[in-house]
Design a protein around this ligand. Structure first.
Ligand code: AMP
Length: 471
């Protein structure tokens, strides 16, 4: 389904998962993993399966549990499957579900990431297929070009190798044909991607995060290398290095916010790194206060770290209503503000009369902070000190996590003092950039830090014109 109201350059962000198994439960395994990866996208979800003969797909808007019902899963036989959860702040929420495929049904593709420039890809397809592709998004263009080469009698591996130079951007892709499950990662490895081995030698899985592998008891083998293609079929797992020149640049925002705390990136625990961010924050920003309160759930590890290092008591002064999805998911600003109120609940008996440190993992638009500072004060707090466990987000993301435009990023528009005043906190402080890098224990050059520094490792094309690099 192709919508008419889609802005092609603003694409979907997401979770992907693929599995090749000797049993016939591939769809169930993917469904379980998509559940574990639900935090990476709640807007839409899809599963494609293959049984050697045909590819079948179930996809639609909503959460994994509501789209992949028992009835739907029963219609997805096969020992190979790929899956997708979509996270999108732009474009129509009612179309462009993944995995994407065409009427040829030769190959299904699901994408985590974003191609900031698709001109080369689009031009190639228009020239070679004569199709008008105006309403295709980046993932659909990727699928079409791979299929174009397959229709020319190339193997899927050859088709991917031929298409690869046309993909400019960030991608962890899972690709399904009638008899293969394939993983493909961009030359910078911007979005995470890991390989796991199923129990009893039953096959392999590839996942956006290691927590997806854990959910089906697959044993972590290693991360997919930047520029690497992983092919899994009856003959096992094969690796092909497609990109000759690779510079590893995993997005640091995965550590700050996006990944689930029980996942591992670069072999390190997200939970432990977030705690260290909190400890580092406590070393850098000392505050005389009574309690440390996390913005649940993403800032819990950092707040525990802050409390540990500072000796200030940790308490759950804010509760999260788990039945409301992430605030960013609602593309309409007014609704987003309302969502914050529904999502966070102040615990009056904990906050009343206290000097409170509230810690969030990041401040992006400032909408959440303003609401919650107000909320904590209304609940009787004597002082509210807001801390961000990451530095000022000054630059938009173009590689798949959908931060807003630079105009909407509060730290790109206001000084720290102005933001403090805007959110109504007694004090406001951010973790330093150096402190963030130090907390990860990973060399800075191994990260894409564009949200904080404006250094974009992959061409962002026309978008660069709209960015003020001096904020
Ligand atoms: P705000 O400052 O109101 O825009 O929202 C900041 C909150 O959104 C923080 O609590 C983060 O946990 C969360 N957040 C940060 N980055 C993202 C993102 N790319 N997508 C969704 N939520 C995010």
């Amino acid at each position: 389904m192709i919508s008419q109201d889609f802005t092609p350059e603003l694409s979907e962000k997401c979770a992907v998962f693929g599995v090749y198994t000797k049993t016939h439960y591939a769809a169930r395994l993917v469904c379980t993993a998509l559940w574990a990866l639900q935090h990476r996208g709640q807007e839409a979800t899809g599963i494609s399966t293959a049984d050697g003969e045909t590819i079948r797909t179930n996809k639609g808007p909503g959460l994994v549990a509501s789209v992949h019902t028992e009835e739907a899963l029963n219609k997805l036989p096969g020992h190979m499957a790929i899956g997708h959860n979509r996270y999108s702040t732009f474009g129509s929420p009612f179309s462009h579900f993944q995995p994407c495929y065409t009427e040829h049904n030769l190959v299904a593709v699901a994408h985590n990431g974003n191609l900031p420039t698709v001109d080369k890809l689009r031009e190639f397809l228009i020239k070679n297929t004569g199709k008008g592709l105006d309403h295709h998004n980046d993932s659909e263009l990727i699928q079409e070009v791979i299929e174009f080469y397959m229709l020319k009698e190339m193997s899927v591996e050859e088709a991917i190798e031929k298409s690869f130079p046309l993909f400019t951007g960030a991608f962890s892709l899972v690709i399904l044909t009638k008899n293969k499950v394939i993983g493909l990662r961009d030359a910078h490895g911007i979005r995470p991607f890991s390989i796991g081995k199923l129990n009893n030698d039953e096959g392999y899985a590839i996942s956006s995060e290691t927590c997806g592998l854990d959910s089906i008891n697959a044993e972590f083998v290693r991360d997919v290398k930047p520029g690497e293609m992983i092919v899994i079929d009856d003959n096992g797992l094969h690796s092909y290095q497609i990109a000759k020149k690779t510079v590893e640049k995993l997005d640091i925002f995965e550590f700050v916010y996006f990944s689930r705390p029980d996942s591992f990136l670069y072999g390190k625990s997200i939970n432990e790194i977030r705690r260290e961010m909190g400890r580092q924050l406590a070393r850098e920003k000392k505050i005389d206060a009574d309690i440390v309160v996390p913005v649940p759930n993403s800032a819990i590890p950092a707040s525990l770290g802050y409390a540990e290092e500072s000796g200030i008591k940790f308490d759950h002064g804010l509760l999260k209503n788990s039945y409301i999805h992430r605030t960013f998911i609602n593309p309409v600003h007014v609704m987003r503000e309302k969502d914050v109120k529904l999502k966070l609940i102040p615990m009056k008996e904990i906050l009343k009369g206290k000097r409170v440190i509230v810690i969030d993992d990041s401040i992006v638009r400032g909408t959440t902070s303003k609401k919650l500072v107000h909320m904590v004060r209304n609940a009787g707090a004597k002082e509210v000190h807001l801390l961000s466990a990451s530095p000022e987000v000054k630059y938009p993301d173009f590689y798949g996590i959908a931060t807003p435009t630079q105009q909407e990023l509060i730290a790109a528009q206001m000084s720290v003092e102005e933001i403090r005043n805007f959110v109504g906190a007694d004090t406001l402080q951010y973790l330093s950039y150096e402190g963030l890098i130090k907390a990860t224990g990973i060399p800075e050059e191994k990260f894409c830090t564009s949200c904080f520094t404006g250094k974009y490792p992959i061409d962002i094309g026309e978008h660069a014109k709209n960015i003020n690099f001096k904020v």
